[in-house]
Design a protein around this ligand. Structure first.
Ligand code: C2E
Ligand code: CA
Ligand code: CA
Ligand code: CA
Length: 275
């Protein structure tokens, strides 16, 4: 704000109105986006450091808007969550990911992101069972990524749905580890297969000793708990070297691969069969 006074207030109100209108327009567009075939998934690889092999991919949602162009999930996921559209979107993501899995080698997994709101709808379980069956894909190849905020009591049914998924053989990863208030508490609540160290720690670990200490401790913790650990947001060879020395299991980030289309990845997997 440059100057205070009625004019300034008016300016901000107009701005808010505009963004509210924008949001409503976007929301209406999003309702049509699935049928209009404007949504697609890109896949970002996980590299197993010891084996030097790609073990799977995280599915990330994209929206190609006919006028506005590519809209990032940080913009449309919150809208989808507020309007309940996330249920439809989430089911679409699951079905698409399973269909993709059916075309890729058996040793490759796909991880999909889940919103807390999706746990309000018990039918998500049936959707997952059906999608796996339709694609004839083994449940252990599908992973669900959740953040600890989903396990907070407001979403009372989350643990029971997650336990049902685990019974099916679907695996669950704890995403953005270290960014919440009580990450350690949640590790006790569910049999997670994997934790993903948030990219903010990886970004700063080579310049900030306290960050390095946290990364090392989380990796040691995962090993003691006998669960997998993934470092997110690896961008440099020095970061990868450091993570190799600390015996991190898997890495993900622009250094290893950007999110890519299923088509690009199918080409890669065909060219270098993963045996
Ligand atoms: P996330 O699950 O933590 O995903 C990681 C984000 O970091 C992705 O952004 C990815 O493109 C980006 N990233 C990967 N490697 C690097 C790197 O080396 N450096 C940097 N700076 N960034 C990297 P993206 O695709 O924009 O997704 C943002 C968030 O949107 C995701 O965070 C996830 O919370 C959410 N999201 C994406 N797809 C879905 C979905 O299908 N459903 C739900 N509920 N949420 C989704
Ligand atoms: Ca994720
Ligand atoms: Ca993450
Ligand atoms: Ca995140």
């Amino acid at each position: 704000a440059k100057k205070s006074g009625p004019g300034t207030i008016c300016f901000f109100e107009a701005d808010d109105d505009k963004s509210a209108r924008d949001r409503r327009a976007l929301q209406q567009d999003l309702e049509r986006a699935i049928e209009a075939d404007e949504l697609f998934l890109v896949y970002q690889p996980f590299l197993d450091i010891r084996k030097g092999r790609i073990t799977g991919f995280e599915a990330l949602l994209r929206w190609q808007h006919p006028i506005r162009g590519l809209i990032p999930p940080s913009v449309f996921i919150p809208i989808a969550e507020e309007t309940g559209l996330i249920h439809q979107l989430g089911e679409w993501v699951i079905r698409r990911a399973c269909a993709t899995l059916s075309r890729w080698p058996d040793q490759i997994r796909i991880a999909v992101n889940f919103s807390a709101v999706q746990f309000h709808n018990v039918s998500i379980l049936q959707t997952i069972v059906q999608a796996l069956a339709d694609a004839n894909v083994s449940p252990h190849r599908l992973e669900i990524e959740i953040t600890e905020s989903m396990l907070i009591s407001k979403y009372g049914s989350a643990p029971s749905i997650l336990n049902a998924l685990l019974d099916l053989g679907v695996t669950v990863a704890l995403d953005d580890f270290g960014t919440g208030f009580s990450s350690l508490t949640y590790l006790r609540k569910l049999p997670f297969s994997r934790i993903k160290i948030d990219q903010s720690f990886i970004r700063d670990m080579l310049t900030q000793p306290d960050c390095a200490a946290i990364v090392k401790s989380v990796i040691a913790l995962a090993q003691d708990l006998q669960i997998g650990v993934v470092a997110e947001g690896v961008e440099t060879a020095d970061q990868l070297d450091y993570l190799r020395q600390t015996s991190c299991d898997e890495v993900q980030g622009y250094l290893i691969g950007r999110p890519m289309s299923a088509r690009e990845i199918s080409g890669l997997l065909d060219a270098r069969p993963q045996s």
